[in-house]
Design a protein around this ligand. Sequence first.
Ligand code: SF4
Length: 370
Amino acid sequence: MTRFDVIADKALAGELPTRDEALAVLASGDDELLDVIAAAFRLRRHFFGRRVKLNYLVNIKSGLCPEDCFYCSQRVGSGADVLKYSWLKTDEVIASAEAGVAGGARRVCLVASGRGPTDKDIDRVTTAIGAFKERNPDVEVCACLGLLSSGQAERLAAAGTTAYNHNLNTSGEHYADICTTHEYADRVSTVTAAKEAGLSPCSGLIAGIGETDEDLVDVAFALRAMDPDSVPVNFLIPFDGTPLAGQWQLTPQRCLRILAMVRFVNPSAEVRLAGGREIHLRTLQPLALHVVNSIFLGDYLTSEGQPGAADLAMIADAGFTVEGAQAAQEAGEQPAAGTRTAGLAPQETAHQELVQVRRRGAGTTLPANT
Ligand code: SF4
């Protein structure tokens, strides 16, 4: 039994790790990495089996935010060359969200840039959500619209919204270093308001934004105190044109330790591997599936992820199953056009695609693959 199994045993008995134990996970060396993952996997398996929930992001209003979150490509004055557009129309929201559903997502996350919605914005979002739910009653909708004012969470809940996302992002102590236009306490209030309105609270963090191990442990415990149903863990995508451009503070191993620490502190929460997984975990992404039980399918708000088909292949290759996929198959739903499995009923055909005859290097005039 490793020292990380001791933490897992405690978590299974309903006992929180101590701060020192959480810090020890982050401080552990690469020689212990598989021990950390194996212990975290015990919790993941206990609460979620080998299922992976797919979520799909739709940026329903992009860029031009008046807030100054330093990590964000949509912040005020951002020089990042991201798409900028105002609110999508209802049919555009539905078309985008249904693309994710066709790819296997069981939750769509409708995200808008901005400090927070006006009541008129809530009108348009609730209209879109109502229309989407009418067509897709079994698909969960999460809204992420910023800081909520009085009564707005209740209106979202009444429209059929399942969840509300608002990330704490980092510790209260570190918050002023990553944003000056609103406060950590504002974020806590919005998550609390969403929960009180009956929305499933979703709140997580971003790593790689200049935080210390203490900050990471603080935010993991702060999240635990709010008892969110889902905890997205983002890794900074350091866009050019933002204050955190060029900050590459993470290694794949550190990302895995962070995910495991979050799992130990929030053992029964849906821990979601979120933005930045491809660029920071790189070839170690599949290992993370042993810790998290949820990912975003395909692209992020302002940056591209790996192809959705690659996400599905990664999940299958790592021995996990997509949550709800069996039910969808039994209901006769077909994989989305363009996905790797579309039209490839026999497994051999899919395997065939992987074999490519060499046409470069020795015996050719083309450069070798080195
Ligand atoms: S994180 Fe949200 S509030 Fe902050 S700058 Fe980006 S879009 Fe605006």
